[in-house]
Design a binder for this molecule. Structure first.
Ligand code: EPU
Length: 417
C-alpha cells in the first residue's frame, strides 16, 4: 500500500509554482473533441484525473500526444463508442463526454460518472438541459443513452448554479441550431476558461462568468491553441499550508482575484498577506483568531477549500464554525482530525471547531481528494509523524505534491508499506 509519511512542524519557505487547474483541464480535454481538427492545450496538470481522460480519448480513437504539460488532441479519426462503466467510474469529469459527444454526434451512451463520495451528486440538471435542447434521455441501471435528431437552442434555467451542468450544456449547445440561454449559470473561473477555449475554436458564447450565458450555435469548430488557468484550489491549499507553517512562502503563478474569498478569510483570522500581480506570500501569524465560514458558489468561499481550512481553524483561539452548503457529505475529514487531537463536532452540515488544539501525528485516511489535502496540512503542523493512506485520491488532483512540498522545506515522502 502506498502512503504519504509526513514529519510535522517544519517551516516552509521558498516558492511553490501552481499548476494548471484540474477542474478546467478535465472539461477542456473532452471539449477538444468538438473540433474537426487538432487542438493544443497547454498547462495541463499531470495528475491521474487528466490521465484517465486521455485514456478515454484513446479508446474513442482520438489522437493524443502528451509532451510534459501540453496535450495535443486530434479528433479527426474519432469514433463515437459507448463509454463503459470502467471508464466513467474513474472520475466525475467523465460526464463532460456526455455533452461533448452529444454536441458532436447527437448521440451518446455512457455510464454514471465516478468521483469523490462527498454527496449524492446527481446529474439531473445536466440531463434536463440536454432534454431542453431536444434530446431524448433513457437509462437502464447506471447506463444512459442521450440522443437527438437535431439539437435546437433553448432557454434553460438551472435550479442550482451547477458547474458541471453549466459546462455540459455549453458543450452540447455550441453546435445546436439557434440560440441557447443558460440562466442561473455557474460563474466559476473554470467555466470562463472552457468558454474561451470553445470561442477560440469558433463557438459564439457570451456571458461566461456571469449568471446568464448566451450560446449561438455554429456548424463547425476548428482546432486551436489554449492555455489552462492556474488552479485556484491547489493555490488555496498551499496558501493555507503557508498560513500555518510559512516563513515567506510564495505561492506563485496564480490569479489572486480567483482566491479572493480565501484571502479575505485568511486576513480575518490574522494573516498578513503580501499580494503581487500573480503571487501571494504567506507567513504564519503569531496567533490565529476564530471565524465562521459558509461555503458557496463562486465567488463565495469554495467548498473545495472547506476541508483544508478546517485544519487551520483547529489552531485558532476560540470557537469557529464552518457550514457546508454544497455537498451533504463533505465532513469525512473531521473524524481523522479529531483522531490527531482536534476538537470538532458536526451537526446539521455545520462543523464547530474549538481551538487551539495541539495535533499529534497518527494514521489517517484520505477519504476524498480535498480531505486528503486536509490530512497533508494536518501532518505538516502535527507533532511527530503522520501517515496518510488512500493517497490515490490526493494524486488525482495535486500535481507533484510531494516534490513541491519538499522543495519548500517539508519533510514528506511517498512510501510503499
Ligand atoms: N447537483 C445536482 N444536480 C445536478 C448537478 C449538481 O443536484 O445535475 C448538485 C450536486 O449534487 C452538488 C451541487 O449541485 O450538491 C454542486 O454540484 P456542481 O455540479 O456544481 O459540482 P460538480 O460539477 O459535480 C465541480 C467540481 C468539484 C467542485 C464543484 C463545486 C469538477 C470535476 N468538479 O463539481 O470539484 O467541488 O464543482 O465547485 O469540476 C474537487 O475538485 O475536489 C471537486 C469536488
Amino acid at each position: 500500500m502506498k502512503v504519504l509519511e509526513i514529519n510535522g512542524k517544519h517551516e516552509l519557505s521558498g516558492s511553490i509554482r501552481i499548476s494548471g487547474a484540474k477542474n478546467a483541464s478535465v472539461a477542456l480535454i473532452p471539449a477538444a473533441i468538438l473540433a474537426e481538427e487538432e487542438s493544443t492545450i497547454c498547462n495541463v496538470p499531470e495528475i491521474t484525473d487528466t490521465d484517465a481522460l486521455c485514456e478515454i480519448l484513446e479508446y474513442l480513437n482520438v489522437g493524443v500526444k502528451r509532451a510534459s504539460e501540453s496535450i495535443i488532441i486530434d479528433p479527426s479519426d474519432m469514433k463515437n463508442l459507448e463509454l463503459k462503466d470502467i471508464y466513467c467510474k474513474k472520475l466525475r469529469a467523465s460526464y463532460y463526454f456526455m455533452g461533448a459527444l452529444l454536441g458532436k454526434y447527437k448521440k451518446v451512451t455512457m455510464c454514471f460518472p465516478g468521483g469523490c463520495s462527498i454527496g449524492k451528486r446527481p446529474i439531473n440538471l445536466h440531463l434536463k438541459g440536454f432534454e431542453a435542447l431536444g434530446a431524448i434521455v433513457s437509462s437502464e441501471g447506471n447506463k444512459y443513452n442521450v440522443e437527438a435528431d437535431e439539437l435546437r437552442g433553448a432557454n434553460i434555467y438551472l435550479d442550482f448554479a451547477s458547474v458541471g451542468a453549466t459546462i455540459n450544456i455549453m458543450l452540447a449547445a455550441v453546435k445546436a441550431k439557434g440560440v441557447t440561454i443558460i440562466d442561473n449559470a455557474a460563474k466559476e473561473p473554470e467555466i470562463v476558461n472552457v468558454a474561451t477555449f470553445l470561442n477560440s475554436m469558433g463557438a459564439k458564447i457570451m456571458g461566461a462568468g456571469t449568471s446568464t450565458i448566451r450560446i449561438e450555435g455554429v456548424e463547425i469548430l476548428h482546432g486551436c491553441f489554449h492555455e489552462v488557468i492556474p488552479d485556484r484550489i491547489e493555490a488555496g491549499t498551499y496558501m493555507i499550508a503557508g498560513a500555518l507553517c510559512g516563513n515567506r512562502l510564495k505561492i506563485d503563478n496564480i490569479i489572486p482575484t480567483h482566491v479572493e474569498a480565501l484571502i479575505s478569510k485568511l486576513q480575518e483570522v490574522g494573516c498578513e498577506i503580501e499580494q503581487g500581480e500573480d503571487y501571494v506570500v504567506m507567513t504564519k501569524p503569531a496567533q490565529f483568531k476564530s471565524t465562521n465560514i459558509k461555503t458557496g458558489v463562486y465567488p463565495g468561499f469554495p467548498t473545495d477549500l472547506q476541508q483544508p481550512f478546517t485544519v487551520l481553524l483547529t489552531q485558532a483561539k476560540g470557537k469557529s464554525k464552518i457550514e457546508e452548503t454544497i455537498y451533504e457529505n463533505r465532513f469525512m475529514h473531521i473524524a481523522y482530525l479529531n483522531l490527531l487531537g482536534a476538537d470538532i463536532s458536526v451537526k446539521n452540515q455545520t462543523a464547530t471547531i474549538f481551538g487551539p488544539t495541539t495535533l499529534v501525528g497518527g494514521h489517517v485516511v484520505a477519504t476524498d481528494l480535498r480531505a486528503g489535502a486536509a490530512m497533508v496540512i494536518a501532518g505538516l503542523i502535527a507533532d511527530g509523524t503522520t501517515t496518510i493512506s488512500n493517497i490515490d485520491h490526493i494524486l488525482r488532483g495535486y500535481e507533484e505534491i510531494v516534490e513541491k512540498l519538499i522543495s519548500v522545506g517539508a519533510k514528506i515522502e511517498s512510501k510503499e508499506i
